[in-house]
Unconditional design. Structure first.
Length: 161
């Protein structure tokens, strides 16, 4: 979270939130004055997160049911966004990124954690991600490969040009 500049008061999006693993951690980091948007395209995931938030008494998270091509996040609201093992699942990244861009505040960072691979080795080569993000108007500002011991996982951070 430090690498994405997530701090007390930030507004963060967890794109493809799944079970909310990152969501609840981000909620603790941003505190009561911050907001986390937990976005997923699966209604069951949203329902699970809603139940988890209620059970854990977390009040600074808003769940958002997006679509495969539109995360439906509020305009000019996001300081940092994370896609954790999600990017390789996006069928039309150029469309999603175009619809995502208006949600980002100036200087917002997008973090993408994914895995090199294709076919049975589920993932997407980091060079493909870099190329698609550049085509959508984002520049790579940092790159890390420390996320897993085998070196196949990567963490890329982008900002709008």
């Amino acid at each position: 979270m430090d690498l994405l500049g997530i701090r007390h008061g930030s507004t963060v999006a967890d794109l493809g939130a799944g079970s909310g693993w990152f969501t609840v951690r981000a909620a603790a980091r941003v505190g009561r004055s911050g907001t986390v948007y937990a976005e997923d395209i699966n209604p069951a995931a949203i329902q699970y997160i809603d139940q988890r938030l209620q059970k854990e008494k977390i009040n600074n998270v808003r769940t958002v049911l997006g679509t495969p091509d539109d995360p439906k996040l509020p305009t000019n609201s996001i300081d940092a966004l994370l896609m954790l093992k999600v990017y390789h699942e996006i069928a039309h990244p150029e469309v999603l990124l175009a619809r995502l861009t208006p949600s980002l505040k100036p200087g917002a960072k997008i973090g993408i954690i994914d895995r090199n691979g294709s076919g049975t080795d589920h993932g997407l080569n980091s060079d493909v991600v870099k190329r698609e993000m550049a085509s959508a108007g984002f520049e790579l500002v940092a790159s890390y490969d420390f996320t897993k011991a085998d070196g196949q996982d990567y963490f890329l951070i982008f900002q709008r040009r």
